[in-house]
Ligand binder design. Structure first.
Ligand code: ZN
Length: 184
């Protein structure tokens, strides 16, 4: 049965390492890690997770957007495991939006990201897949992809003044965004 893994917190040096590619996708060790990572993500109300966040310094991430209390306007998608991913192309446009991180509890930051990206990755059964991601899902990918290179969202902020507490985010920003969506 899949296990709930411990999520490393900011300050742990593993989060600052560049991760290693995965060569043997069909190995039990890799497949078990995928299952455990998926369970850990779902149980923690995340919309994405990267392997180094659970002490596995390898190039693997999951993008799993869905509406939840942390991100009420997130689009619903099938959770997707991406192994050895890379960005093939990206828009010139960048957009700012709020991000949090399971490894950085209690705060949110306003982070600029590409509005659209084209990515390529290996699936858990060893196929190469290519996809175009936009908006929030593109943002999740870029956030998780940064983890594979030892970066966290704080490194992408334009300034420290773009940090707010989670409480402020949930009580002021989220209600305002929900209201905006109703008007549309
Ligand atoms: Zn993160």
């Amino acid at each position: 049965m899949a296990k709930l893994l411990q999520i490393l917190q900011l300050g742990n040096p593993i989060l600052r390492q560049t991760t290693q590619p995965i060569y043997h996708i069909h190995d039990d060790r890799v497949q078990v890690l995928i299952d455990n990572l998926m369970t850990t993500l779902i149980k923690s109300n995340g919309v994405g997770i990267a392997a180094p966040q659970v002490s596995e310094s390898y190039r693997m991430l999951i993008v799993a957007s869905r509406p939840n209390p942390r991100y009420p306007n997130a689009p619903e998608m099938k959770p997707t495991v991406m192994i050895n991913p890379h960005i093939v192309d990206h828009s010139d446009d960048m957009v700012n939006d709020w991000e949090g991180c399971l490894s950085v509890p209690g705060i949110r930051g306003l982070v600029p990201r590409y509005q659209q990206i084209e990515i390529e990755y290996t699936t858990r059964d060893g196929r190469i897949d290519r996809q175009v991601l936009t908006d929030f899902v593109a943002r999740i990918f870029q956030h998780e992809f940064d983890h594979l290179n030892g970066l966290v969202f704080l490194d992408r902020l334009e300034g420290v003044q773009d940090i707010i507490t989670e409480q402020e985010y949930l009580t002021r920003i989220v209600p305002a965004t929900v209201e905006q969506h109703k008007i549309k």
